[in-house]
Design a protein around this ligand. Sequence first.
Ligand code: GAP
Length: 508
Amino acid sequence: MDAIMSLCKRRGFIFQASDIYGGINGFWDYGPLGAQLKKNLREAWWQDMIMNPCWGRKGPNGRRVECVPVETRIIQHPKVWEASGHVGGFNDPMVDCKETKGRYRYDHVMVFVPESGDAGDKPVFAYVGDQPSESKQKKKAEKTFGAVKSVALSSIPQPWTRVIAPEAEKPGTLTEPRMFNLMFDTIPGAIKDEANRAYLRPETAQGVFLQFKNVVDSSRVKIPFGIGNTGTSFRNEVTPRNYTFRSREFEQAELEFFCHPDESFKWYEFWRDFRMDWWKSIGLAGENLILREHAKDELSHYSVGTSDVEYRFPFTFPEFGELEGIAHRGNYDLTQHQKHSGAKLEYFDQERGELLPNGSKRGERYLPHCIEPAAGLDRGALAILCEAYTKDESRPSPEIMKFHPRIAPIKAAVFPLVNKDGMPEIAEKLYDAVRARFAKVGFVEFDEKQSIGKRYARMDEGGCPFCFTVDGQTATDQTVTVRDRDTGAQSRMAMDQVVKFLEDKLGV
Ligand code: GAP
């Protein structure tokens, strides 16, 4: 992970937010390559979920899947979050340290104890995995006990008078766990009145339920159909960690797919399978990706069935971390908003109900059920970065980012082999043509600096799938070399075939 993070900073994928001020915990920015990578991921989602859902695959009803987008605000009426259950139920248990003022998620705190489990009257050492406290506390624990093992803080009986908190010196400074609401709040407007307190959305999903009626009334959608929403969400995570994996500000891409209750489980299975296929299609194929069905006791307050698409990140290895949850939310959200707002959110389905003598159907009024594939774009981008990172010591520059061409932020590069004999002029012409065609999907680079080997190496680190080089032969036979990032192999092709070649490879 250290190598990946270092490349991400060096090549401009991810930077610490407010870096020049020492950063701010739980917030990350994207540099030029990262911003384009994330845009490509968002566009791929938008294209395959909204504009041409499921690549034209038919749903369990035998028809094409229909979806429309909305774009809803971060701040909504405060009652929204009471109705959704976030005010009452969106809590994490946390413990505070009275000595350091550190705050930790209770279920993330581990303790080093002697291997026998019996510390006698000696203090034991608490830490949070992947934080600097882990190695410091381990060293201290080993000095006291020799061989140690980790146990969860929850397995140690309270009060924790002999537990030394992460970063603390004295034992007994951890408070009892208490619930902490994860929503950030703010007071919009000039009057700082409690009654005006609002929240930054912790998920994009609720915006869809709020506009469900307006979408039905204003467009020609008919059940079953989906409404997609992408954008920034905020959660005041107690222990942000693992790079961008658990951030306080992050981007989601969520689809709420509304269907008749009788068909909901078939749609749930359909979306679960499609979402797995989708992540594979953009380069996460292989053993690092799994689909995991939640056990009943893991389900969220609203869910009657959930599966997660999980990726094996270097920091979760050998376990997996959630990329996307596909939840069967039943009609929980529409029921709640109907109750709390007083608005009628039922759908009148003209295609259901008994057949009338005039040949039409009587119709049926119901609250649709909702299947929700909820993806995280920052976690998606992180998984893509981890999967792409490849070390090949046999290559002059051993670090290669093997992005899927659709997601790669740099799509192509054009080089003159040397800066003379008319090569730069021909290369610039080719560059102009390639850039004009592909700039809408990513960077096209022109590089004439340093040796050709160094230029290939730079492109490998940036994950550029194809480099085209104008050389001594180009002026005579109008061919260039094309170098494949993944194999390093080069072949010749006619210069006027370059755009067509890229169109096929990039699928645009
Ligand atoms: N509307 C349902 C919902 O929000 P979730 O599982 O809490 O479900 C969906 O979030 C996705 O959002 C997650 O699978 C993850 O990719 C992303 N996500 C959630 N919390 C995050 C955080 N603190 N940092 C980065 N991504 C996060």
